[in-house]
Design a protein around this ligand. Structure first.
Ligand SMILES: [Zn+2]
Length: 583
């Protein structure tokens, strides 16, 4: 129940373990080995606590950290999940999985060392894939004592956490494009991201969906590299690419071996400077986007409801229309709309390039000066000055649609990314919605069994946005019943502070996720660019961890009271129509 928890530094941690355990228990040693590996390999300061459940003598070690070693990344979460009784994932051996960029995994779970200790050989055999089992056996039989000693030595002499070093340099071209270079020679690859500050918020009624349309068009050929050449040429050189569009930005992502660097500059410059507006290609892409809309929105119950929620919650601000655009607009964009939108959005001065990987600033600048700098700058999109007026009462919208189950969504107006409440809201979001131990999941899915799923979040945005909560009620449960319980949980947050443990866990989850994205070159490119455009300066990235840590229990209560108000919300409900007779 009320576990007594205490933050400890590594010395106390080790001492406690030494005092409170039978020293020679082989599994404790194995556990310690893991713990030490975690400590040694974690990136950023891990949070470690020893919790002593009131009624038991066993300890649980709570940790949340990011691992430097790919092998550990693959193995440990799996093991940890096994020991706390979650269903073991059978099948391929996690430690043999390899990925070129080793995406790390984080753990924010309780590793019950006592359970580990008590497992018999057969149980372990059942739980663990053979390679992990072997790992255990070897340690049991031969290495435990030696490793234990070594572990203690390492823990004593090496710093707890290594701060990751980032080598970041910037340069601005004469045409206004800012370039951020993160030199990381650890793998011979490069991630090059271009963030254009243009999204659906820069559209107007009649041109909705144009930004997303250009996300597509940019792959359809330019002057030097014709139709379908962009992908083909890049793939021939070992690269790959993708892109995404939001309300605020359109982002192009290239991943490639270092050898393809100059080619990528040539490809990118070609499509910025000389994109083809061949009417036949435009018409065919219009059809592609219309069909994407049919699948992702019109035939998707969550998609439809989400769109209606936004259209109801915003009356003035352009966040009211969907990123993909209204169908009637998709069908009616004119060629001059396209050209105007492209010219204002895809000006070098409206873009930030982020390069992370095996590169040096000097060579990036040389290539950028050769390929990008000659491209002239255009006038940027007119500033979006509209602010959504304060909502003066609850709004409700109903969608009647063929569906098996109803859906409930709520949107509360919350501030933009640069606002001081961004971080408290993120922590609050984590306490309420992150994972199966979160308050809302525990209450709605686990305890009361009212919903199949419950989610809630607000994403970083240029302008004030919505904190959206969405739930799928179980069969036979009315959305109103789910809504009532969500309200109760929101009231509970407003009326009583969260526990230290909950706050700590939420911060651990957020920090682990934050460090995790900084482990790969693509993650770094995306995060650097996101901080640059959403927070105004990529350097804000480096205070983000502290910004999370600074959030207090009082902050959570304050933002919950301020934003989770009935008058500030819109409730959208999808009510199933069992027959699809009405078309
Ligand atoms: Zn698309």
């Amino acid at each position: 129940m009320a576990a007594r928890t205490k933050a400890v530094d590594r010395t106390i941690l080790i001492s406690l373990i030494l005092i409170r355990t039978r020293l020679l228990s082989i599994f404790w040693l194995t556990g310690l080995l893991y713990l030490s590996e975690i400590l040694q390999s974690c990136l950023g300061k891990p949070t470690l606590r020893i919790a002593e459940p009131a009624k038991q003598k066993s300890y649980r070690i709570l940790f949340s950290a990011l691992f430097r070693s790919p092998a550990l990344n693959n193995r440990l979460p799996w093991l940890a999940e096994s020991f706390i009784g979650l269903p073991a994932r059978r099948g391929d051996c996690p430690s043999r999985r390899t990925a070129p960029d080793h995406p790390p995994v984080t753990i924010g779970v309780t590793l019950g060392l006592r359970e580990l200790w008590q497992l018999g050989y057969d149980q372990r055999r059942r739980l663990l894939p053979s390679c992990c089992l072997n790992y255990f056996e070897v340690i049991e039989m031969k290495l435990a004592r030696a490793i234990f000693v070594l572990t203690l030595l390492l823990l004593t002499v090496t710093p707890l956490a290594h701060a990751q070093q980032f080598n970041i340099k910037t340069h601005t071209l004469k045409n206004g494009m800012k370039i951020i270079v993160e030199e990381d020679p650890s793998i011979p690859n490069v991630a090059l991201y271009i963030f254009y500050r243009i999204g659906s918020r820069n559209e107007r009624p009649g041109t909705t969906g144009l930004s997303h349309f250009f996300e597509h068009m940019m792959f359809n050929g330019a002057k030097k590299y014709g139709p379908k050449q962009f992908d083909r040429v890049m793939e021939d050189a070992g690269g790959s690419n993708n892109a995404y569009t939001s309300e605020d930005v359109t982002v192009y992502q290239d991943w490639f071996p270092k050898s393809a660097l100059e080619l990528i500059f040539d490809l990118e410059a070609d499509r910025i400077a000389n994109l083809s507006f061949d009417p036949q290609v435009v018409e065919s892409e219009r059809g592609v986007v219309a069909s994407e809309r049919r699948t992702s929105v019109d035939a998707n119950n969550f998609g439809v409801l989400y769109e209606q929620l936004g259209a109801t919650a915003f009356t003035a601000h352009p966040y009211q229309w969907p990123v993909i655009g209204w169908m009637v607009d998709i069908e009616n964009w004119k060629m001059e709309d396209l050209k105007r939108h492209f010219e204002m959005g895809y000006s070098p001065s409206n873009a930030t390039m982020v390069v992370s990987g095996d590169v040096q600033l000097a060579e990036i600048v040389r290539l950028a000066e050769k390929y990008i700098e000659p491209i002239p700058a255009h006038a940027p999109p007119p500033p979006v000055t509209t602010r959504e007026p304060e909502q003066m009462g609850e709004r409700r919208v109903t969608v009647n649609k063929f569906a098996q189950l109803p859906i409930l969504m709520m949107g509360y107006h919350v501030p933009e990314a640069r606002h001081a409440d961004f971080y408290p809201l993120k922590v609050l979001q984590t306490v309420l919605f992150s994972g199966q131990s979160s308050r809302m999941y525990q209450r709605l899915v686990d305890r009361d069994q009212l919903a199949i799923s419950i989610n809630g979040s607000a994403e970083a945005s240029f302008d004030p946005t919505l904190f959206i909560i969405s739930a799928q009620p179980k069969d036979g449960i009315e959305p109103a019943a789910v809504e009532k319980v969500i309200d109760e949980e929101l009231d509970r947050i407003k009326n009583g502070p969260v526990s230290d443990e909950e706050l700590e866990k939420a911060k651990n989850i957020l920090l682990a996720g934050f460090y995790r994205q900084m482990k790969t070159i693509s993650g770094k490119a995306n995060t650097l660019g996101t901080y640059e455009v959403f927070f105004g300066d990529y350097q804000k990235l480096f205070s983000a961890a502290d910004d999370y840590r600074r959030v207090t229990r009082e902050d959570l209560q304050r933002v919950a009271r301020q934003y989770f108000q009935l008058r500030n919300r819109t409730v959208a409900t999808l009510v199933p129509e069992k027959s699809s007779a009405k078309r």
